[in-house]
Design a binder for this molecule. Structure first.
Ligand SMILES: NC(=O)c1ccc[n+]([C@@H]2O[C@H](COP(=O)([O-])OP(=O)(O)OC[C@H]3O[C@@H](n4cnc5c(N)ncnc54)[C@H](O)[C@@H]3O)[C@@H](O)[C@H]2O)c1
Length: 257
């Protein structure tokens, strides 16, 4: 398959390697600044032209939270299946879903593409369902990431939080930093720290007066994220998806395995 990469930073480079490893061709790489990209531009029309001319059968977008929505708005009308890894634009999901439907195309987004994190989502959901039976447990989420990450809390932490809210009736809403008061009983505190080179750690605490249960997912390398994004592109562009337009998540990929 020919895959275009929009955003050719750390993840973009890793995804290019993952494309090769999985037998795909990178048809073009587009970036605002990266001098080793095949197209360096801030003009969306030029970006779209480069992607179309490259014969891409799928596009993978890992850029910057401030750029993602504009990139999505420009790329969806091409009708080429689009995988979005950039986080921080989820509030605009209804608008994006409308645009995808209007263009009868397919978009898959995920705050985290790794197999391990998607397993972790399911483990957390089941744990929350079990712990919810016991009133004495309180719950919180903690995440740590490298000091170059611009959004906070991480999209993954928010996805974890949604799974807790869905399975634990005592928690009804997320509160996150800056946070300088006691949490209400129904508030799920999601806390973040940014330090050094940490690729990504997420911990869920279930805490009672007698003990603590901690569930932790630790990223060792980002290669799992890159491979997962390529796997998502394969799934989205596969013939089986040909007829179905819409917005998908990694959950759909896992459900179909
Ligand atoms: N979903 C996941 O699994 C996952 C995993 C890691 C990172 N991320 C997210 O992906 C994004 C990129 O991460 P990274 O580590 O590669 O960052 P990075 O800073 O190394 O690279 C981002 C690149 O995007 C480029 N860029 C910015 N705006 C652009 C635009 N409008 N068009 C084209 N290129 C543009 C930048 O010039 C830069 O080269 C971040 O938002 C991060 O949070 C998601």
């Amino acid at each position: 398959m020919r895959i275009a990469l929009v955003g050719y930073g750390k993840m973009g480079h890793m995804i290019a390697k993952a494309c090769e490893a999985r037998g795909h061709e990178v048809s073009c790489t587009v970036d605002l600044f990266a001098q080793d990209a095949t197209c360096v531009t801030s003009d969306h029309a030029v970006m779209v032209g480069a992607v179309r001319e490259s014969g891409a059968e799928a596009v993978i977008e890992f850029s910057h939270p401030a750029s993602a929505l504009e990139n999505i708005r420009a790329l969806v009308p091409t009708g080429i299946p689009l995988v979005v890894g950039t986080t921080g634009w989820k509030d605009s999901l209804p608008e994006v879903a409308q645009l995808v439907a209007l263009n009868k195309t397919r978009l898959l987004h995920a705050a985290n593409f790794s197999v391990g994190v998607n397993l972790f989502y399911r483990i957390v959901a089941e744990a929350a369902r079990l712990v919810a039976e016991f009133d004495e447990y309180d719950t919180a989420v903690f995440e740590s990431h490298h000091n170059q990450k611009v959004d906070s809390p991480s999209g993954t932490a928010l996805d974890i939080a949604q799974r807790i809210l869905a399975n634990m009736p005592s928690k009804t809403r997320v509160v996150s930093d800056p946070f300088d008061r006691k949490p209400e009983r129904d508030e799920l505190h999601v806390a973040s720290v940014r330090v050094g080179s940490v690729p990504g750690t997420h911990t869920v605490w279930f805490d009672s007066p007698a003990d603590t249960i901690e569930l932790t997912h630790t990223v060792r390398t980002r290669e799992g994220l890159a491979a997962g994004a390529v796997r998502a592109a394969e799934w989205l562009a596969s013939d089986a998806r040909g007829a179905a337009s819409g917005v998908f998540t990694m959950q759909d990929v896992f459900d179909s395995l």
